[in-house]
Design a protein around this ligand. Sequence first.
Ligand SMILES: *Cc1c(COP(=O)(O)O)cnc(C)c1O
Length: 225
Amino acid sequence: MPSPLPEILRTLHHAALAAGRPDPSLLAVSKTQPAAAVAALAAQGQRAFGENYVQEALTKIEQLQTLDLEWHLIGHLQSNKAEQVARHFQWVQSVDRPRLVTALARARPAHLPPLQVLIQVNIDDESSKHGCAPSEVDALATAVAAEPRLQLRGLMAIPAPWPDPARRRQAFVRMRDLLQPLSAAHPHADTLSMGMSGDYAEAIAEGATMVRIGTALFGARARPA
Ligand SMILES: *Cc1c(COP(=O)(O)O)cnc(C)c1O
């Protein structure tokens, strides 16, 4: 089967062009996929991979360490796993509470570059979702920025899967409005991680700088995630 990667990259490019925005970066979401599937995509030039489960990710990171890939944690992070994440990942996109900031900063080894951090926002105020409230972003950002072992890079969200595209777009717009003052205050906070297989065109239209795509790249997951 031909790889969907070039096709996806073309689609991202056209969505960005249509919106008059720069091409977003592509995070390949490899949760539940075997290391061999990650290696196959890496052989085509994909460098950044997203994982949801720490234990599963650590196994793949170890198996693929010679490939020198960039690993992003995008799933909920329990504080007791923060140390391993700070040692083995390059990015954490799911920072949503002060305790996690402290734990990651303390555990990030001095010989590694600062851990790249996105604050996850529960933009549709769903009780089922992790992420901080929009009103908490400022305080969390200040806490991240105060840690030399962390680098604040922006915001991440998983909006509710409203059937109505207009409603989905409103959540993306609210995220863009949250990033604007943040990046004014913190110049490195330039990343807006939003958009998945089902809604990345809308996310790009509203200013996503990074999309997280699993199913459209790897096919349906063998087990639920
Ligand atoms: C699984 C997941 C994705 C990718 O979802 P697809 O619909 O398979 O593209 C993106 N972001 C997060 C946080 C995820 O958990």
